[in-house]
Design a protein around this ligand. Structure first.
Ligand SMILES: Nc1ncnc2c1ncn2[C@@H]1O[C@H](COP(=O)(O)OP(=O)(O)OP(=O)(O)O)[C@@H](O)[C@H]1O
Length: 237
């Protein structure tokens, strides 16, 4: 569903991504792990078409993202680490705006907005302006906006930051449900426990290089993911 091949990205003379290869398939909950500044957000921004890259190939649903940007965006939902939402809109206005963009018909959108705003405990706040929302509330609204258009690929940058325990629980449940329906989920996280317990596959990036990738159970077969991560980070000196 998301295939990244030989991805190279430079910022000026700084080589930030050095030949990244990742393959996220339908049904995967794929965790992307790495220290601050390792290259997670840069990889994600390249994958969703927010920034250009120097070389390599990225495909979503077997289509090249540069040749078929609209078709790729149609099946993808992306939630950045700091959702930048239209503060002058109310929650309801924003969700309807996103539903319009993705052409979701009235009955379906109403049902989904009701369902997800109930699940994420945001129903009572939907009529308020987004400018009055807390960080966590904005994060929840961004998550609901991503879920209402039934994406085949869900890409999230640090989705659990700022979410309360209840919302965290429901988001994990949503991930599992979506993955059972054949959706592919790719997200970055610093919470190794979440990655170990939730993700069937993981990749660890260090200084723009993938240093470990594969089945979570196989990678963390004899040790916790935290120990493995610490070992991999140690090697850098
Ligand atoms: N716009 C930019 N211009 C120049 N360098 C940048 C830019 N954005 C990111 N970088 C650099 O690219 C590298 C990778 O950054 P990136 O944001 O991808 O890391 P990350 O793994 O997401 O980190 P974090 O866990 O802190 O979010 C860092 O060295 C960062 O300084």
């Amino acid at each position: 569903m998301l295939k990244i091949e030989n991805l190279i990205k430079n910022y000026g003379d700084k080589n930030v991504l050095k030949d990244i290869n990742l393959n996220i398939e339908s049904g995967d909950i794929f965790g992307f792990i790495g220290k601050n500044g390792a290259g997670k957000t840069t990889t994600i921004k390249c994958a969703v078409g927010l920034i250009d890259f120097d070389s390599g190939n990225i495909e979503i649903n077997s289509l090249n993202i540069k040749a078929h940007p609209l078709e790729c965006k149609e099946v993808t939902a992306y939630i950045p680490d700091n959702p930048d939402l239209y503060e002058f809109m109310t929650g309801t206005e924003y969700l309807n705006f996103i539903a319009d963009v993705f052409d979701i018909e009235l009955f379906e959108r109403t049902e989904k907005i009701n369902e997800y705003s109930e699940i994420f405990d945001l129903k009572d706040d939907l009529s308020s302006l987004i400018s009055t929302y807390s960080h966590g509330m904005k994060q929840k609204l961004a998550i609901i906006s991503a879920l209402i258009h039934n994406p085949k690929l869900l890409i999230l940058d640090e989705p659990f930051v700022g979410l309360d325990p209840t919302a965290t629980h429901f988001l994990k449940e949503q991930f599992k449900e979506m993955c059972n329906r054949g959706c592919a989920i790719f997200f970055s996280t610093h919470v190794l426990e979440v990655a170990q317990n939730l993700c069937n596959k993981i990749a660890i990036i260090k200084d723009g290089v993938i240093v470990e990738q594969g089945n979570t159970k196989e990678i963390a077969e004899n040790s916790s993911l935290e120990n493995i991560f610490m070992e991999l980070m140690k090697d850098e000196n």
